[in-house]
Design a protein around this ligand. Structure first.
Ligand SMILES: NC(=O)c1ccc[n+]([C@@H]2O[C@H](COP(=O)([O-])OP(=O)(O)OC[C@H]3O[C@@H](n4cnc5c(N)ncnc54)[C@H](O)[C@@H]3O)[C@@H](O)[C@H]2O)c1
Length: 345
C-alpha cells in the first residue's frame, strides 16, 4: 500500500479517528493521498498520533452536525469517505435523538455541502445490517432491505439520499461491510472476533452464546484496501453502485475455534443458552465480479494480529478501559466526563 507518490486527491474522512478510520488514514497517506479528518475524537486524537505530523494530513476536531465544521473540513477536498457515526445499536439506543441527528439528519446536508464544494466522489460506509435477517444463504445486494433497528434503518435511508444526489459530476458509491475484525490504533473490543480474542487472551475463557448463528467477517486491512480501491476506480465503474464487502461467513462456534487455535494459552470455550439465534450471511460476489476485489486476509489473521498487539502492550487495560467498548465510551461522553469531548453543541 505504501507508494507515497503524491496524488492530486484530498480525501475527507469523517470519523477518521474511529476503529476503521485510524487504520485507514495512515494507508491513505501512504498511498500518496492528502487527507483531512473531521471527527469529534471521542476516542482521543492520539489514535492518529503516528501520522499526526504528516505534511498532507489535516485534523479537524468538529462535528458533522455543524455546517461550519463540515465546510471548513471540505476545503480543497476531492473525495469523501463518510465513516462518522454512532456505530452500533446499543450506543445508538443510549440517546436515540443524538443517534438520529448524527446517523441521519446530518447526512443530507453533508452530501449537499460536499457537492457544493466540488467533491466528485462520495463513498458511504453503510452496513450489512440493512438486510436484517434473511433465510437466503447468499445475501446479495438486490434483496429487499428489512432493517431491524434504527441504526440500520438510517443506514438504509442515507443510501437512498446519496443515490438521489448522484449526477455526472458527483459519483456516489455505497459499501455494506461485514463485521470488521483485527487490530487498529483505535481498538474496538466490542465486535465478535475481537471480543472473543480479548476474552481468550485476557481471561482464558470464551463464552459463546448459542454458537450456530452465522456472522460475516472482514479483516480491517481488507476494509482499508477496499476504500483505497474505490478511490482508484474510474467513476463509471462505481456510479450509484452498492457493494457488500466480506470475507468469510462463519458460525460463532467456528470463530471461537479459530480464536482458540490462534491464542497461545489454553482457552476454554463455554457455551451459554440464548434465545437470539439470528444469523447473518452476505455474498461479496458483486464486488469480485465488478471490481476484482478479493479479501486477502482471514479471521485467523485478525486473531493473530490482535494476539501480537496484546503481547506487545499495545492494548493496555483491555478488560476495563471504556475506550475499547463503544457503548461504555458513549456513556462517558453523554455524561460529560473529563476527556469526553462535547457530544452536544
Ligand atoms: N466496524 C465494523 O464492523 C463496521 C461494519 C459495518 C459498517 N461499519 C461502518 O463503518 C463506519 C466506521 O465504523 P467504526 O467501527 O470505525 O466506528 P467507530 O465508532 O470506531 O468510529 C466512528 C467515529 O466517528 C466519530 N464521530 C461520531 N459522531 C461524530 C460526529 N457527530 N461528528 C464527527 N465525528 C463523529 C467518533 O468519534 C469515531 O471516531 C461506521 O459508519 C460504521 O457504521 C463498521
Amino acid at each position: 500500500m505504501s507508494n507515497e507518490q503524491p496524488s492530486s486527491r484530498r480525501v475527507l474522512v469523517t470519523g477518521g479517528g474511529g476503529y476503521v478510520g485510524a487504520q485507514l488514514v495512515p494507508s491513505l497517506l501512504a498511498a500518496g493521498h492528502a487527507v483531512t479528518v473531521l471527527d469529534t475524537f471521542w476516542y482521543g486524537i492520539g489514535v492518529l498520533g503516528p501520522v499526526a505530523a504528516h505534511p498532507t494530513l489535516q485534523l479537524v476536531t468538529g462535528d458533522i452536525r455543524s455546517a461550519a465544521d463540515v465546510r471548513r473540513s471540505l476545503s480543497g477536498c476531492t473525495d469523501v469517505i463518510h465513516l462518522a457515526c454512532i456505530s452500533n445499536d446499543p450506543s445508538y439506543d443510549l440517546d436515540p435523538t443524538l443517534g438520529r441527528e448524527i446517523n441521519y439528519t446530518a447526512f443530507a446536508p453533508l452530501v449537499a455541502l460536499a457537492k457544493d464544494s466540488g467533491v466528485t466522489r462520495f463513498i458511504y460506509a453503510s452496513s450489512s445490517s440493512v438486510y436484517g435477517v434473511k433465510d437466503e444463504p447468499e445475501v446479495t445486494e438486490d434483496l429487499p432491505l428489512t432493517p431491524l433497528t434504527d441504526y440500520s434503518t438510517f443506514k438504509a435511508q442515507c443510501e437512498e439520499i446519496l443515490l438521489d444526489a448522484v449526477d455526472s459530476d458527483f459519483t456516489g458509491v455505497i459499501v455494506r461491510p461485514a463485521t470488521v475484525c483485527g487490530y487498529s490504533p483505535r481498538q474496538r473490543l466490542d465486535l465478535t472476533v475481537n471480543i472473543l480474542t480479548n476474552h481468550a487472551v485476557n481471561r482464558g475463557v470464551i463464552r459463546v452464546f448459542g454458537g450456530s448463528q452465522y456472522r460475516p467477517n472482514l479483516h480491517i486491512d481488507d476494509m482499508c484496501r477496499a476504500y483505497l480501491q474505490l478511490l482508484a476506480e474510474p467513476a463509471e465503474r462505481l456510479q450509484g453502485q452498492v457493494f457488500n464487502i466480506g470475507s468469510d461467513n462463519l458460525t460463532v462456534d467456528a470463530i471461537a475455534q479459530i480464536v482458540q487455535a490462534n491464542t497461545p494459552a489454553a482457552t476454554d470455550v463455554v457455551h451459554e443458552a440464548t434465545d437470539d439465534l439470528r444469523s447473518y450471511r452476505i455474498s461479496s460476489q458483486r464486488i469480485r465480479d465488478a471490481l476484482g476485489f478479493e479479501p486477502r486476509l482471514t479471521v485467523a489473521d485478525a486473531v493473530r494480529d490482535l494476539v501480537r498487539a496484546f503481547s506487545s502492550g499495545l492494548l493496555p487495560d483491555a478488560m476495563t478501559d471504556p475506550r475499547y467498548i463503544n457503548i461504555a465510551r458513549m456513556r462517558e461522553v453523554l455524561e460529560g466526563l473529563p476527556n469526553a469531548g462535547g457530544a452536544r453543541r
